[in-house]
Design a protein around this ligand. Structure first.
Ligand SMILES: *[C@@H]1O[C@H](CO)[C@@H](O)[C@H](O)[C@H]1NC(C)=O
Ligand SMILES: *[C@@H]1O[C@H](CO)[C@@H](O)[C@H](O)[C@H]1NC(C)=O
Ligand SMILES: *[C@@H]1O[C@H](CO)[C@@H](O)[C@H](O)[C@H]1NC(C)=O
Length: 972
């Protein structure tokens, strides 16, 4: 009997996402469980109350927690609430994990968190939560992972956290926590990880922390810690990383006992106001990374032999004196030796770099600048992959050595570009979005949808990743229990001493008949590996940070349940309890529900239609009747049809006054179209700029909705680049188009109120009028908010959907979902590269940004310039190329603003020889000139327009045109 109950008692957890038949099934199951007198499982009421208070204290602008008021937390899939899947002794379900990372939450942390007394993981990483850390968290004795990093928390660390006897990991880094590190933390006997960097923690490091038997990582860098360095820390039996950079130990010295930490891997005390001499390193057998730079350390450099595992020695910017010891010479893994800005004298032992044999992935960087070094002992030859910097030493007065003394620009090459050859033999872009070819697929040209993971090594034990790349892939795939070929590490980037990467994890290839998708449980398993820190620690790679875990469309509803509209499972349970009736009544009930839902939907649609009628009485745009539009397009004759998309069709039309226009006709009843219709009219009617396509009017008549635009006889920029037009564009013309496009976008960014981010800048959205003036089109389409569901709720997950076109998509936006003006800068940069090279953003599996970067860095930039351009001023081309690549930097901050882009283009324009610019002016001021197309001889005039109609590029597929709604990715 009991086991029978148990079986049916879980009915509330049965997943029913979309099918109402499923609802019926649940009702029947619950009904049977009622008949046999068995309670269905529910969350403990204290925890339900606690969650409600937690929700109340938070601000949730993206409505990610909108399902937190429906049904039971554990059985109705509240976002981020994970429960034990069985009841405890008290016959209740309990919350095991609160996983609310990266949801854009602000507000504060409720003290009620303390009531979640079975909690294992508390995860609020990467939100904007402020206020202090409630001391009540200290009462959750089961808590293992406390993850609060990346918020705006203030106040001090509560002593009560020291009560967390099961705590393994505390991450509070990147907040504004102040006050001292509580001595009570010395009681966290299970703790392995203290990650507290980038706060304002002050006071002395409690010597009592040395009692912590399991602490592996102590990261307290970038705080206001002061006092002395407790010598006792050397007694910590498990400590591998001690990272305290950018604190102020006011002239104290490094305790000599630290030289006894034979297991320590990394000692980083950069910029800590330390004085005195170095400890004896000869017992630090495992040391791989030491950074003591920017202190006032003195005395001589270590002459004893350092650990064979050492990769990085940074003792620069101190007061060290004496010679450079030859003990630096036989370090087999050395990557970086920085001794610059000291008072070292004597000769430079060239044996340091000559004794090393470097393989292709290894490099060695030696910086000895600004010392008192008088000469070099040994030969002067510097092998490839070795950089030696000697400027600012007396030896540079010796004319034999000048080549080592120049202000060398060659630097440690950390981000070598690796070109993945895979995919280049595959048909271009044959994978439907968001699938993509994956580089190390055992079978070529397999399309798969990856999981995207923003990942950062927090404190790696090296300064050049390249030699460790293979080992890293091995480590991570083993840890995740996936095949080596399933992981793509991309091009990691250093951020200070951290290494950020965008991981792509592909489903395993099983065979040609299987779809290349992860199943749900595998997605959850992999996610849990990351979010639960279940990947075993590595020594050399150190701790990792999880920045985001992005699910593309096929996986979307795995984590955040797309709530079956209007009816939650909790509500169903309530209905069942209330309804004492037979199965017949129940099925009638289901039917009723279906009818209700449908009629709600009808109401919603008609309501929206009604509203749209009212709100589009907008000044400045003409209202056309259906009859006028119909006449202009010869009753929508197919010969006038110039394009088609998910929302409807585009026609070329001639109005009664002979004005040629483009008419966009929304599909009847297409909600998508309706919303776009409104947005576009509202936006366009407010925006007027020479470099934006202008809206002439609209038609909202006889149930039809249409937009009327100025017609662009010269088609899209893409058509011109791809050579559809007979006459190739000159360099000056291209620059002019670039400048026009940039000005149009700048207007959107700075003049529009509120500012508009276009989100879908691409060559096929830049149209050319009769004078070849660039006009940006299709803005507004991608600015849309998600459609409200039946209850008027806006589905939360849509707001994080990445929109754009493969090849143009800002990689940072793609991974962080943070849209900024710089996302448009990136896309425009790609257009610039197309203008310069004539290439497609992605062709044959190659990405234009990567290809041009390779050419540029190897000094071959002119080899990729479009030769159809004819002769060009090379200085201008180079400057334009430099600007384009700057726009395409992976990191948002490194890209110029649109204002800077316009300014730079204008200054390049000034450099173009007058003879070239004059020619452009003659075209752009002659209103009659229409550039001929190569197809013009073989097609009727309206068909030609079809090749280059003003609104839709012929390359864009119908589904693409639902624009924005399809999350797209940059195949690599
Ligand atoms: C931490 O603080 C330092 C110094 O203020 C800063 O340079 C660094 O970017 C910060 N790191 C992070 C991850 O915020
Ligand atoms: C290092 O450890 C040894 C043995 O435990 C001890 O005798 C010595 O004093 C320690 N050195 C320092 C500088 O603390
Ligand atoms: C060096 O590193 C390797 C691999 O990380 C490790 O096995 C070894 O114990 C370390 N120590 C020494 C002295 O080689």
């Amino acid at each position: 009997m009991l086991s029978f109950c148990g079986k049916f008692g879980t009915c509330g957890m049965v997943q029913s996402r979309s099918s109402l038949c499923g609802v019926g099934l649940i009702l029947l199951l619950c009904w049977s469980s009622l008949l046999i007198g068995c309670d269905s499982q529910v969350t403990h009421p204290d925890e339900v109350k606690a969650l409600q208070s937690i929700r109340k204290a938070l601000i949730d602008p993206n409505r990610n927690l909108s399902n937190w008021n429906k049904g039971d937390p554990c059985t109705s899939n509240w976002t981020g609430v994970l429960c034990f899947n069985h009841t405890m002794d008290d016959n209740y379900l309990h919350v095991r994990e609160l996983q609310l990372f990266g949801l854009g939450l602000s507000g504060s942390l409720s003290p009620e968190l303390g009531r979640l007394s079975y909690l294992d993981i508390l995860d609020f990483m990467w939100n904007r939560i402020s206020g202090s850390i409630p001391k009540e968290i200290g009462y959750i004795s089961s808590l293992r992972l406390l993850l609060l990093n990346g918020n705006q928390l203030t106040g001090s660390l509560p002593d009560e956290l020291g009560l967390l006897s099961n705590l393994n990991r505390i991450q509070i880094d990147e907040n504004h926590i102040s006050g001292p590190l509580p001595t009570s933390f010395a009681n966290l006997s299970k703790a392995q990880h203290f990650h507290m960097n980038n706060n304002s923690i002050s006071g002395q490091i409690p010597p009592e922390l040395s009692r912590l038997p399991n602490l592996v990582h102590l990261l307290l860098d970038n705080n206001n810690v002061s006092g002395y360095l407790p010598p006792e820390l050397s007694e910590m039996p498990s400590l591998l990383i001690l990272q305290l950079d950018n604190n102020n130990f006011g002239g104290n010295s490094i305790p000599p006992s630290y030289g006894n930490m034979s297991h320590l891997l990394k000692l980083s005390l950069r910029n800590c106001s330390l004085q005195g001499t170095l400890p004896d390193f000869s017992n630090m057998h495992n040391l791989s990374y030491i950074d003591l730079s920017y202190n006032q350390l003195n005395g001589s450099l270590p002459s004893e032999k350092l650990s064979d595992n050492i990769t990085t020695i940074d003792l620069s910017h101190n007061n060290f004196t004496g010679p450079i010891p030859t003990s630096f010479a036989s370090l087999p893994l050395l990557q970086k030796l920085s001794l610059e800005n000291n008072q070292l004298n004597g000769s430079v032992p060239s044996i340091i770099w000559q004794n090393r044999t470097l393989n292709a992935t290894e490099s060695l960087y030696l910086d000895l600048e600004n010392n008192h070094l008088a000469n070099i002992s040994g030969t002067l030859f510097v092998p490839a992959n070795v950089t030696v910097r000697l400027q600012g030493n007396p030896l540079c007065f010796n004319s034999n050595l000048v080549q080592l003394c120049g202000s060398q620009t060659q630097n440690i090459v950390v981000n070598r570009i690796s070109i993945s050859s895979n995919g280049s033999q595959c048909p271009p872009q044959a994978c439907p979005i968001p699938y993509e070819y994956y580089a190390s697929s055992p079978v070529p040209c397999v399309c798969a949808a990856p999981l995207l993971v923003g990942y950062r090594l927090k404190s790696p034990g090296f300064s050049d990743f390249q030699p460790y790349r293979d080992q890293f892939q091995e480590y991570l795939t083993t840890g995740l229990n996936i095949n080596l070929s399933q992981l793509d590490v991309g091009s990691p980037q250093w951020q200070e001493a951290r290494l950020r990467m965008y991981l792509r994890i592909y489903p395993a290839y099983i065979g040609p008949t299987n779809s290349s998708l992860f199943n749900k449980s595998e997605v959850l398993r992999i996610r849990t590996m990351f979010t639960g820190w279940n990947i075993p620690d590595s020594t050399i790679f150190g701790p990792y940070e999880l920045l985001n875990f992005t699910l593309l469309d096929p996986y979307k509803d795995v984590i955040f349940s797309t709530s079956s509209p209007g009816i939650s499972k909790g509500a169903i349970a309530g209905i069942v309890v209330g309804a004492i009736a037979g199965a017949v009544t129940l099925s009638a009930f289901v039917t009723l529900l279906i009818l209700r839902l449908n009629s709600n939907r009808q109401q919603a649609i008609s309501k929206r239609r009604h509203m749209s009628k009212i709100s589009i009485k907008i000044d400045g745009v003409k209202e056309f009747t259906f009859q006028e539009v119909s006449a202009a397009t010869r009753n929508f004759d197919v010969s006038c049809l110039v394009g088609q998309g998910g929302y409807g069709k585009v026609y070329r039309g001639v109005l009664a006054d002979e004005t040629v226009v483009a008419i966009k006709r929304a599909l009847e009843g297409s909600l998508q179209g309706e919303r776009e219709f409104l947005t576009e009219i509202e936006l366009l009617s407010r925006l007027h700029h020479r470099n934006l396509v202008s809206l002439l009017g609209y038609c909202d008549d006889e149930g039809e909705q249409m937009l009327v635009y100025e017609y662009m006889p010269n088609g899209t920029l893409r058509d011109h680049i791809s050579g559809k037009f007979k006459e190739p564009l000159s360099f000056a013309m291209r620059l002019r188009i670039a400048l026009g496009s940039a000005k149009g976008i700048l207007y959107l960014h700075t003049e529009a109120d509120p500012p508009i981010f276009h989100r879908d800048i691409k060559a096929s959205n830049i149209l050319l009028d009769s004078r070849l003036t660039a006009k940006v089109a299709d803005f507004g389409l991608s600015k849309l908010a998600p459609a409200p569901d039946f209850e008027g709720m806006v589905p939360s997950h849509v707001s994080t959907v990445v929109k754009g076109t493969p090849g143009y998509l800002d990689p940072e936006y793609f991974l962080t979902h943070k849209l900024t003006d710089k996302s448009d800068v990136y896309s425009l940069g790609v257009v610039f590269l197309e203008l310069l090279t004539g290439m497609q953003p992605i062709s044959h599996g190659k990405n234009i940004v990567r290809e041009v970067n390779i050419a540029y860095r190897s000094g071959m930039l002119f080899s990729v310039i479009d030769d159809r351009m004819g002769s060009y001023p090379s200085e201008c081309v180079e400057k334009f190329m430099t600007l384009a690549l700057k726009c395409c930097q992976e990191e948002t901050e490194s890209r110029p603003s649109m204002t800077e882009v316009v300014r730079e283009l204008e200054s390049i324009w000034m450099m173009v020889p007058e003879s070239d610019t004059k020619l452009v002016d003659s075209i752009t001021t002659d209103p009659g000139k229409v550039v001929e197309t190569t197809t013009s001889s073989s097609a009727s005039s309206s068909a030609i327009a079809g090749m280059r109609h003003p609104y839709i590029s012929s390359e864009v597929s119908g589904s693409d045109l639902v624009s924005g709604v399809v999350p797209t990715i940059t195949p690599r």
